[in-house]
Design a protein around this ligand. Structure first.
Ligand SMILES: Nc1ncnc2c1ncn2[C@@H]1O[C@H](COP(=O)(O)OP(=O)(O)O)[C@@H](O)[C@H]1O
Ligand SMILES: [Mg+2]
Length: 312
C-alpha cells in the first residue's frame, strides 16, 4: 500500500501523520469513536436517522452459541458474517448458500460446520477486532449489487467510500472487489479504488495496490466514465453521518443494492489516505476549501450543494 512522505505536502497530499495530527485529533472526539467502531451501534443510529442499512439477521455473542450460524440464518439463503468491531474487510465472510450443513462462500469455497464454528469462535475472541478485545459476530443481509457494476466487479459487492470533513463530503472513491480481495472491496484486501468526480458522480482513474489501472483485472472492462446513480442522494447520506456521529473527519461506506437502493455499511473514524491516489488529488486541496468558508450555519442541503460545486 502507499506510504505518502510528508514532503508531498506541497501537493497538498495528506500523509498519515497529518491525517492523525491535523484532522482526526482535532475533529474526532474520542468519546464519539464507539459510534462508528461498533457496527451494531452504527446500524442502530443510521436507522434512527432514516438511513437504510443491511438488515440485521442476528448476533452471536457467546462461545456456546458459536454453532448457531445455520439456525440464525435458516430463513435466508445468502448472508454475511462480520465482526462487530472489525476493519479493513478482515474476518468478513459472504455466504451464498447453506448445503447439507456446509456453507458455500462467495468465492466458491465450501466451509464445514466445524470450520464455521471455529471461525465464529475466533471472531468472538477478538481476532479481527480493532482493539483485539472480545467481540460479537454479526449476521446480516447480503447486498445484491446494482447491475451498473456488473462489468467491473468480481464475486463481491463494490462500495463507495465518501470522506466527510466538517459535514461536507470532500472526496469519494468506488471500491471494487477482485479475485484477490475475496468478496470484499477493501483496498488492503486487493480491491481496486476508483476516483469519483464530486461534481457529478462519474468514475475516473483506478488504483490497485501500488499500480494505476484502467481496467478491472478480471473483467477487463474500463473503470472510467461510469455514472454512480443517485449521486446527490449518496452525498446526503454521507453528510448526515456528521450529524449522527459528530465526527468532523469521517469515512462513510455506502453500497447500492439492486432492489433496496443505497445503504450505509459502516463509517470509519480513521479513514485511509489512498483515496487520494485513486483521485490523483490531495485531500488538503479539498479540506482547505471547506475551511475557507463559514459553514457553521449550513443546512444538509447546502452542504451537499457545496460538495457538488466546490470540486471541479
Ligand atoms: N452485507 C454485505 N453484503 C455484501 N457485501 C458486504 C456486506 N458487508 C460487507 N461486505 C463487503 O465487505 C466489505 C467491507 O465491509 P465493511 O462492513 O465496510 O467492513 P470493514 O470495517 O471491514 O471495512 C464491503 O466493502 C463489501 O465489499
Ligand atoms: Mg469498510
Amino acid at each position: 500500500m502507499f506510504t505518502l512522505p510528508e514532503s508531498l505536502g506541497r501537493y497538498k497530499i495528506m500523509g498519515i501523520n497529518a491525517r492523525n495530527r491535523d484532522f482526526i485529533f482535532p475533529n474526532n472526539r474520542r468519546r464519539f469513536y464507539p459510534l462508528v467502531d461498533d457496527k451494531l451501534l452504527t446500524k442502530k443510529l443510521a436507522l434512527e436517522a432514516g438511513i437504510q442499512v443491511p438488515e440485521l439477521y442476528g448476533v452471536i455473542e457467546f462461545i456456546n452459541q458459536a454453532g448457531q450460524v445455520a439456525e440464525i440464518a435458516a430463513p435466508h439463503k445468502e448472508f454475511v458474517i462480520k465482526p462487530c468491531r472489525g476493519s479493513g474487510g478482515e474476518g468478513i465472510t459472504v455466504i451464498k448458500d447453506v448445503m447439507g450443513g456446509n456453507f458455500l462462500k462467495a468465492s466458491g469455497e465450501l466451509v464445514s460446520a466445524g470450520d464455521m464454528q471455529y471461525y465464529i469462535t475466533n471472531i468472538l475472541g477478538g481476532m479481527y477486532s480493532m482493539s483485539g478485545s472480545s467481540d460479537k459476530a454479526i449476521l446480516e443481509y447480503m447486498v445484491r449489487f446494482d447491475p451498473i457494476f456488473n462489468e467491473i466487479t468480481y464475486q463481491g459487492v463494490p462500495d463507495i467510500r465518501i470522506i466527510v470533513y466538517k459535514g461536507i463530503p470532500v472526496m469519494a472513491m468506488l471500491r471494487l472487489p477482485t479475485r484477490k480481495s475475496d468478496g470484499k472491496a477493501n483496498l488492503h484486501k486487493g480491491g481496486i479504488g476508483v476516483g469519483i468526480r464530486m461534481a457529478d458522480g462519474v468514475t475516473m482513474y483506478g488504483v490497485q495496490g501500488s499500480r494505476f489501472v484502467n481496467e478491472h483485472p478480471e473483467t477487463l472492462k474500463p473503470l472510467a466514465g461510469r455514472q454512480i446513480p443517485r449521486w446527490p442522494f449518496l452525498l446526503e447520506m454521507a453528510s448526515k453521518f456528521y450529524d449522527i456521529t459528530k465526527l468532523g473527519y469521517v469515512g462513510v461506506d455506502i453500497v447500492l443494492d439492486k432492489e433496496k437502493g443505497p445503504m450505509v455499511l459502516e463509517a470509519n473514524a480513521r479513514p485511509g489516505i489512498a483515496i487520494q491516489i485513486a483521485n490523483r488529488c490531495g485531500l488538503i486541496t479539498r479540506t482547505e476549501k471547506v475551511d475557507a468558508v463559514d459553514i457553521r450555519s449550513f443546512t444538509l442541503r447546502q452542504r451537499v450543494e457545496f460538495a457538488l460545486n466546490a470540486y471541479k
